[in-house]
Design a protein around this ligand. Structure first.
Ligand code: HEC
Ligand code: HEC
Ligand code: HEC
Ligand code: HEC
Ligand code: HEC
Length: 459
């Protein structure tokens, strides 16, 4: 028999193909059945049911026959419950949250009282004031916790460990890793309070938000607005932390140098860590630029890029965490309807006894301190600037007349002379404040600066 004949007449006959097709369909069906049977969430639901039955039985033991009857219906209902994916549909908030598929204590259909005595997650449903103030049917989970609402796996939901010990534990227990391609992993520990400001304008008054309040204070004291804006308000040197940074897609962040320096691992590349690194380490290490122009597209005409202009503040752990929470809290979600927002009156400007005290406050408020130091007696280093440092105003202001000083503040200085002609343009300049500091604020700022100026020697 010729091969061709054998092939078409004996082996690949319609009948054989039909059998083969059926066999494949059956195999596929079994695979699906197998996968479905071993869904990660199923054992959690089974365990929750078991514990619920046990606790109802315990309650039944403690009462007389008549009292028992009250529990029989409840027990029946629990026993009848079959495993299924549970979800909270939140049309107003544009999300679907399936967290209750595992966290069954938080599902009002499974556990109407929304409390229980189970100590461990995902079974626990402790009394939590914040949960009580925001009914799950209306708020779901991810509007506060973040994470991936639609996911039904531990890793997929975007759980984040709150400590290195928990991270190691989760790696063993749950094969934990950062969920890939998901911009908003859960906020662990106190960082969750960064979510509250999506709706609560009066954030310092909201309980638990001390961490954000502390971050805001540190932000103010260090004059970050001298370089950064927050919703358009602030200096032109660096990104707007609300509009740009707090919603920055991970794909737009260059984690390369940070990973190379061993500061984070490849799968810790999330926005939260990017922000944190700016406080925990020297920003010039994670954004080293290309000061010699080695990476330029055209080697004959190199375009050197200076390292990050952001100074290394040397913040401690607490300051680092609170600043991270504050910057994360600047994220706004435009899709949250107005009816979910809690507005509050603006905090009033503080009052001062004298013009110079007010002037000192103005120096702080507009972030002059970030470049010139808290008492105007220090200047940060500027890469490749002639003179290297921002001037120490205590030493130089005395050489100005009042008009000259006002003009300097209003117009700023730009661009600056380079130390090395071939090097990059210095990344810092004195920004103009004409549009922002006026009237009494300008007057008192000038009064303050003259009050601290060193007397100049007469020629
Ligand atoms: C596949 C089941 C599953 C899903 C889905 C799930 N979780 Fe969890 N969750 C767990 C388990 C298991 C733990 C306990 C982890 C541990 O400590 O071992 C946990 C723990 C937590 C914790 C406590 C973390 C801590 O620091 O102890 C929070 C908060 C949490 N989950 C929130 C959520 C939110 C919000 C969602 C939805 C976006 C969600 N979970 C979806 C299983 C799940
Ligand atoms: C209004 C905001 C908000 C919503 C909505 C919300 N939570 Fe929470 N949740 C919190 C806060 C705040 C805490 C307390 C965190 C702390 O103090 O450690 C918390 C704590 C928890 C914990 C305990 C964490 C721990 O460390 O022990 C779990 C689990 C949890 N929430 C799950 C959920 C689930 C599941 C949903 C949705 C059904 C949900 N939460 C909805 C704000 C919220
Ligand atoms: C999606 C919007 C939203 C988010 C996110 C949110 N809240 Fe609320 N919250 C509200 C609304 C709306 C109210 C009801 C205000 C009212 O009744 O006047 C409220 C009420 C409260 C109350 C009770 C206020 C009172 O006077 O009784 C507290 C406390 C509170 N929220 C704290 C928090 C905390 C802490 C967070 C973050 C973990 C948070 N909220 C996140 C919208 C939100
Ligand atoms: C002297 C100017 C200057 C000061 C002061 C300064 N920064 Fe920066 N910052 C920069 C520049 C320039 C960048 C962008 C380059 C980089 O990523 O390092 C930056 C980047 C950042 C980023 C990452 C932004 C992004 O979108 O990638 C964060 C977050 C940040 N700064 C927060 C702060 C905070 C908080 C303070 C105050 C404690 C502060 N900065 C003070 C200049 C400054
Ligand atoms: C982003 C950093 C930065 C911020 C913020 C900043 N300055 Fe400056 N300032 C500089 C630099 C750089 C120079 C030096 C410019 C030059 O002459 O090359 C300078 C120069 C000056 C001078 C002139 C001093 C001299 O010796 O020539 C005055 C006065 C001054 N700044 C006041 C202020 C005041 C007031 C504020 C706040 C309203 C402020 N600066 C905010 C960077 C800054």
């Amino acid at each position: 028999m010729k091969f061709k004949e054998f092939f078409f007449n004996k082996l690949f006959t319609l009948k054989n193909l039909f059998f083969l097709g059926n066999f494949l369909a059956l195999a596929l069906f079994l695979v699906v059945l197998y996968q479905d049977f071993f869904r990660e969430w199923k054992p959690y639901q089974a365990e929750y049911k078991k514990r619920q039955i046990e606790s109802i039985k315990k309650k039944m033991e403690a009462v007389d026959e008549k009292g028992k009857e009250a529990f029989t219906d409840e027990l029946k209902a629990v026993k009848r419950r079959s495993p299924e994916v549970k979800q909270i549909l939140l049309t107003d908030l544009h999300r679907v949250d399936r967290c209750v598929t595992c966290h069954q204590g938080h599902d009002s259909l499974v556990n109407p009282s929304l409390t229980n005595d189970f100590p461990d997650h995902p079974f626990a449903a402790p009394d939590n004031d914040i949960h009580k103030k925001h009914p799950f049917e209306k708020y779901g989970c991810t509007v506060c916790h973040e994470g991936q609402g639609l996911a039904t796996t531990f890793v997929g939901a975007g759980h984040m460990p709150a400590s290195p010990e928990q991270k190691e534990e989760w790696k063993h227990k749950h094969d934990w890793e950062v969920v890939e391609y998901w911009e908003n992993p859960m906020k662990a520990g106190p960082l969750i309070y960064a979510s509250c400001s999506k709706c609560h304008e009066a954030m310092p008054k909201v309980p638990g938000m001390d961490i954000v309040k502390k971050g805001k204070q540190t932000f103010f004291e260090n004059g970050c607005v001298g370089c950064h804006q927050v919703n358009g308000d602030g200096g032109p040197i660096a990104p707007d932390l609300a509009v740009e940074t707090s919603v920055k897609p991970v794909t737009r962040i260059d984690f390369g140098p940070a990973v190379q320096a061993g500061l984070i691992t490849k799968n810790e590349r999330i926005l939260e860590n990017w922000i944190r690194l700016h406080f925990a380490t020297n920003p010039a290490v994670i954004t080293p630029g290309d000061p010699e122009g080695h990476l330029s597209a055209d080697p004959k005409n190199p375009q050197p890029v200076p390292p990050s202009a952001m100074p290394y503040f040397g913040f401690n752990h607490e300051e680092t965490e609170s600043l991270t929470a504050y910057v994360m809290s600047l994220k706004s979600e435009k899709s949250i309807p107005y009816s979910y927002r809690v507005t509050a009156p603006k905090e009033p400007e503080p009052q001062f006894a004298s013009a110079t005290q007010h002037g000192r406050y103005v120096f702080q408020k507009y972030g002059c301190v970030s470049c010139h130091g808290k008492d105007a007696n220090h200047g940060i280093a500027v890469y490749n600037r002639q003179g290297t440092y921002v001037p120490n105003l205590v030493k130089t202001v005395g050489t100005f007349t009042k008009e000259e000083l006002i003009k300097k503040i209003q117009v700023g200085v730009n661009p600056e002379a380079k130390e090395d002609e071939k090097g990059p343009t210095p990344p810092l300049f004195m920004p103009p404040f004409k549009e922002r500091i006026k009237g009494k604020e300008l007057e008192n700022l000038v009064a303050y600066l003259f009050s601290i100026a060193e007397k100049q020697e007469a020629w």
